[in-house]
Design a protein around this ligand. Structure first.
Ligand code: PLP
Length: 463
């Protein structure tokens, strides 16, 4: 089963034909989940001592399993954050899978790491980070946020051990470490705090739900001195998942900078819009952050799973994250850029390569155009909401998330509507909850999502 024999050749044709057909769909069927019982009845036991054979395993996948997975790249999939990988990125994902590249070290993966780093460089340049900036592609924003915060705490711990609070040499660490974020910060930050056993200080928002320099300063000043001394970082959200709001990066970096705090920008969804001139100014101040993340698998048109984690001073991450072991010591040379040294994890897929390949194929201008198209579709959708008397916009969209209310509807109405559209194979639009109220929310990332799509979905809310 490790040799490319006649059977493998047959399977290769079938698998590649399947992949090609899936890529050719315009659009792919939306599909919908099935229950475990339905799936068990349809496929039976697939892991057997003798194996099913390639044709049968692929048939079960094609005819049953794949159809029980929602196509996240469908142009009317507007729930959560959709996916919209380019064909080039998808194709190259097949190549990465076929190539057994170890992406954790320079020794083993130099060519792949070099290419990934050029893709990271493009992002770092868009952010206004210095030439010394660098990082790694990790599986997702959750691991990216956690890795950045682990680095930030490591830096704070070392500073404490060196200087103590206010120069009191030798003082033990603070009773509790904590980081500050805004009320609309992503749930992965609470997860990071649980994993790290640190506290989260949630700062108040301005009227729109954004963390600002002033609300950050208030939050810090409101803490007892002992707790304030344990604050090691501030997380600014550059595009909240719920509304697409961008925190006041200029104000936050100024206040945090004056207090010597690490600033991490969580831009898993929103920082893709750095490439869009029409909204670039909303990220002013980003050039001052210490670390940032953005997920190519969200709005940068790469397949799952890839999060770009970039540090202003990557050597700080290297100190915090490098795993030490006898069998690894050969990798640890000063000049080697080992991606695993900059985040949690050791073995790694060169998961930035599909993103890199697509960037190399299409050029960055195509990215700018595709991101601007999603912004324009979101703006058109907001206009469509405003023009329908049965709908009410909840906040003006800053990026490509549109949240609105169907006047007179209960939570059950939203859920019934959402279920109806999915069952019909027409659209996937799950409701959200904001301050206890169930609302409709469209997140738009695909350049294939059109104003006609959003209008047709909005029309289904009339009844
Ligand atoms: C999606 C998201 C995350 C989590 O990223 P994953 O890739 O899903 O782990 C974190 N922060 C924000 C703002 C997000 O939108």
């Amino acid at each position: 089963m490790h040799r490319y024999d006649a059977q493998t050749a047959e399977l290769a044709s079938a698998v590649l034909a399947y992949a090609q057909e899936r890529m050719r769909f315009d659009p792919a069927p939306l599909d919908a989940p099935m229950s475990p019982a339905e799936l068990a009845a349809a496929v039976g036991e697939t892991v057997t001592p003798d194996g099913l054979g390639g044709a049968e395993a692929l048939r079960l996948y094609d005819e049953v399993l794949a159809r029980a997975c929602i196509s996240t790249d469908h142009p009317r999939y507007l729930s959560f954050i959709p996916a919209a990988p380019t064909r080039a990125a998808v194709l190259f994902d097949l190549v990465v899978g076929a190539s057994s590249i170890y992406g954790g070290s320079w020794l083993e993966g130099a060519g792949a790491v070099f290419a990934e780093n050029q893709a990271l460089r493009w992002l770092a340049d868009l952010a206004g980070m210095p030439a010394s900036a660098g990082g790694v592609f990790v599986p997702g924003g959750t691991v990216g946020n956690l890795s950045a915060l682990v680095t930030a705490r490591d830096v704070a711990r070392r500073a404490w051990a060196r200087d103590g609070p206010g120069g009191t040499v030798g003082a033990a660490g603070p009773p509790r470490w904590s980081f500050v974020c805004g009320q609309e910060a992503h749930s992965s930050l609470a997860e990071a705090a649980r994993v790290m056993d640190v506290d989260v200080v949630v700062a108040a928002s301005d009227g729109r739900g954004r963390l600002t320099g002033a609300t950050l300063a208030d939050a810090l000043d409101g803490l007892p001195a002992e707790r304030r001394a344990g604050v090691f970082a501030v997380v600014a959200t550059a595009g909240t998942t719920q509304f697409g709001l961008i925190d006041d990066l200029r104000g936050v970096t100024e206040v945090a900078g004056a207090r010597g705090l690490w600033v991490h920008a969580d831009g898993a969804y929103g920082l893709a819009a750095l490439a869009a001139p029409s909204v670039r100014h909303r990220f002013d101040g980003l050039e001052r952050v210490d670390s940032l993340i953005v997920d190519p698998h969200k709005w940068l048109f790469a397949p799952f799973d890839a999060c770009a984690l970039v540090y202003r001073e990557p050597q700080l991450a290297r100190v915090a994250h490098t795993q030490q072991a006898g069998y690894l010591s050969v990798l640890d040379t000063p000049e080697a850029w080992n991606p695993s040294d900059y985040a949690i994890g050791l073995s790694r897929r060169a998961r930035g390569l599909p993103f890199w390949f697509s960037l190399a194929v299409h050029g960055t201008r195509a990215y700018t155009e595709a991101i601007e198209r999603a912004l324009a579709t979101a703006a058109a959708c907001a206009d469509q909401v405003r023009s329908r008397p049965y709908l009410e916009l909840v906040g003006e969209p800053e990026l490509s998330v549109v949240v609105f209310r169907r006047i007179g509807w209960t939570a059950d109405d939203y859920h019934a509507w959402s279920g109806r559209l999915l069952r019909a194979g027409f659209a996937f639009v799950t409701p959200t909850v904001h301050r206890g109220e169930t609302l409709a929310r469209f997140a738009i990332v695909s350049p294939l999502t059109t104003a006609k799509d959003t209008a047709e979905i909005l029309d289904t809310l009339r009844a």
